[in-house]
Each structure stands twice: as structure tokens, then as C-alpha cells.
Design a protein around this ligand. Structure first.
Ligand SMILES: [Zn+2]
Length: 361
């Protein structure tokens, strides 16, 4: 089956006629191609670079893990998300899932790594300082060889945010994962943990709640990507109350979150790659359009914010955009989503690997 779509292709802004043949884009007109859409704005799909598929799934609470993962993936697809990166999971159910399973292309980091009792109960693979480097390599392999994920700090109820691993353990874990050909992500909020992760060569800083202006240049130099997960701001505040954190800590969180827009603008200006991740799992799946809007509200250029939830994220994950011969992943809108960010809530067509997964036009 061959399809024809005509519209403006982002990021280039070329008005183009695209043919979808055998799951791939083709610039060559295909005989008998069915026209799906004309005069649309076309992106190579949205990307949520921080979502936990098994958590906050639309599937029932007592559904088997695989069913939960598949239901979350479908919710993401329905929102135009063709790629999900999962920085940590309670198990390995997401490993290897993709279009053949009716799922977005899924890149998982295997299990969350945290010391005993230092993450949400029951979710992490619990390892101490000495065991972290080996465990990171194990999870890298078990998750498909692309990413590992470390919880670098976490709030302790009624106390404060406390680091979970020594600087040495972080350095060693990053080195070992890189040696094994993978990349490594860190959940980090505290400035000292952010700094250690930057120095250790971590590839992505997840959350970065208290990332300081003075750390932006180091992050840029080290090539670290920042995923600020602004969508969960209300959930983070709620967590502080639920954990009965002292007033001073709650204030520090409020201040850190309030300062984040300025730090994000400086980070982008300094050349730090900022990407859109919703931290679905803390909240519902399929919200990356909202994260893109929050990046715009933080003062990022609308094109940069859109790239953060689409082509820049794909490129970072080694996936092509809309080019001749590439796998046909595409989401279409009626309006230019850079001019009308609300357009992202209404994809008129979603195509994954050449298959129509949503047609609402
Ligand atoms: Zn997360």
C-alpha cells in the first residue's frame, strides 16, 4: 500500500509531496498512491524522552505488566508520540518493544538503580555504591544496550534531599557504561550531584531541579543533555507535602522551580541540548505537547521547544527525520505548531513505520 501526503515538512519548512512506500518515505511518486492529506504541517513524530511505561498506565491496576506497558504506549501513540525513551523501569518488560507490537519505538534503560530504600518503594533494583558500576552495565544489557539509569539523589521523608551514591561510584558507572557502548542517565536535583554527573560524563541530566546558572557552561562543554520534566512540577510539590519535608526544603524546591525558566534559557543559549520529557508515570501518558508548551512558557524559542519534543530528540536517539528512505514516522497538524502551540493537541494523522495509527482528519 502506498500513500501520498502533501504539506510543509519541519524543521526545513519545505512544501513537499511525500510518498510512503513499504513503510518508508520516498520522494519518487508512487503509482496508485492514496492521498491521505494535503496542506498539513508535518513532523517526524513527537518524542517523549522521559516516560515510564509501566507506571500510571491507562490499563487497570491489576493488569499484567506487559498489558500496562502496551496501554501506555498506545496512549503515547494516540498523542502523536512515535518514540518513547524510558529512563528506568521496575523490570524489563519494555525491552525490545516497538512498531511490531503496536508501540512507539521504545528505548529503555532497564531497571532504576538506587540504594535500598532510597527511591519510590518497590520500583528500583537496589544496589549499593560498590555494586553500582556492575549493575549499570547489567541493566544496560538487559534493556537492549542503549541506556542505563541511576538515581543520583532522592528526598528522605521529613529530612532533605540526600545524595545516593559517591562521586567515585558515579564516575566508575559512567565509564563502564560508555566502555560497553551505552549511554547513561541520572536522576539528579542537588547541585553537587548535577556537578558530579557532568564531570563524570553522564549523557543526560533528568530533572535538574536545582541546576545552577553557574553549571550551564560545564554542562555544555561536557555535552550533557538536560531533560527538565517541567510537566511534573505540581507532582513534585505534592510529593514534598506527602513526604512531610521541612518548610525550608519546600521553600528551596519552590525557589528552584521558579528559577528554572531562566536557567533553561541560559542553558540553551550556552549550547546545552534541552529535550522534552514528561515523566509520565508520575502523571498520565501522552502529554508531551504540554511539556513542549511549558518549554515555550519558560522562554525557549518555539522552534527549539518543538525540536526538543520531535526532531532534535530523534536525532539524539539516532533516528532520522522525514527524509527519503527513512522509516515513515510522521505526525500531521492543520496549523504550524510553532505558531499555534495548541495545534499539538490535535494531530490529524499519526503514521508509525508506514502504518496509520491515528486518522482524525
Ligand atoms: Zn522519571
Amino acid at each position: 500500500m502506498a500513500y501520498r501526503i502533501q504539506g510543509t515538512v519541519l524543521p526545513d519548512g519545505r512544501r513537499q509531496e511525500l510518498f510512503l512506500v513499504d513503510g518508508r518515505f520516498s520522494a519518487q511518486p508512487a503509482d496508485g498512491a492514496t492521498t491521505l492529506l494535503e496542506d498539513a504541517w508535518l513532523l517526524p513524530g513527537l518524542v517523549d524522552v522521559h516516560a515510564h511505561l509501566q507506571l500510571a498506565s491507562p490499563a487497570p491496576d491489576d493488569a499484567p505488566p506487559r498489558e500496562k506497558v502496551l496501554a501506555s504506549g498506545r496512549a503515547q501513540l494516540d498523542a502523536g508520540v512515535c518514540v518513547v525513551r524510558e529512563p528506568g523501569s521496575p523490570d524489563h518488560v519494555s525491552t525490545g518493544l516497538g512498531p511490531a507490537d503496536g508501540m512507539p519505538r521504545t528505548v529503555t534503560a532497564g531497571r532504576f538503580l538506587a540504594p535500598a530504600g532510597r527511591y519510590f518503594p518497590g520500583l528500583a533494583c537496589e544496589v549499593d555504591d560498590a555494586a553500582l558500576p556492575d549493575a549499570a552495565v547489567e541493566e544496560l544489557r538487559a534493556g537492549g544496550g542503549t541506556w542505563a539509569k541511576v538515581i543520583g539523589d532522592f528526598p528522605v521523608p521529613e529530612q532533605d534531599f540526600l545524595r545516593t551514591y559517591s562521586r567515585e561510584a558515579l564516575v566508575e558507572a559512567a565509564a563502564r557504561v560508555h566502555e560497553a557502548g551505552g549511554r547513561i542517565a541520572v536522576h539528579c536535583t542537588m547541585p553537587e550531584v548535577v556537578q558530579d554527573a557532568i564531570d563524570a560524563g553522564f549523557d543526560s541530566l533528568e530533572h535538574g531541579t536545582f541546576l545552577q546558572l553557574g553549571q550551564v557552561a560545564d554542562a555544555a562543554r561536557a555535552g550533557a543533555t538536560w531533560v527538565p520534566t517541567r510537566t511534573i512540577e505540581p507532582a513534585v510539590r505534592g510529593l514534598m507535602r506527602a513526604m512531610e519535608m521541612p518548610d525550608a526544603v519546600v521553600r528551596r524546591v519552590d525557589e528552584g522551580l521558579a528559577r528554572q525558566p531562566e536557567v533553561l534559557r541560559e542553558a540553551v543559549a550556552a549550547g546545552v541540548r534541552v529535550l522534552a520529557g514528561t515523566d509520565a508515570g508520575m502523571g498520565p501518558h501522552g502529554q508531551v505537547a504540554g511539556e513542549v508548551r511549558l518549554l515555550v512558557e519558560a522562554g525557549l524559542d518555539a522552534g527549539v521547544a518543538l525540536a526538543a519534543g520531535s526532531w532534535a530528540a530523534r536525532e539524539w536517539l539516532g533516528l532520522p527525520g522525514i527524509t527519503d528512505g527513512a522509516p515513515a514516522d510522521l505526525v500531521a497538524y492543520r496549523e504550524d505548531p510553532r505558531e499555534a502551540p495548541g495545534a499539538l493537541d490535535h494531530p490529524v494523522l499519526v503514521v508509525l513505520d508506514g502504518e496509520i495509527v491515528r486518522d482524525a482528519h
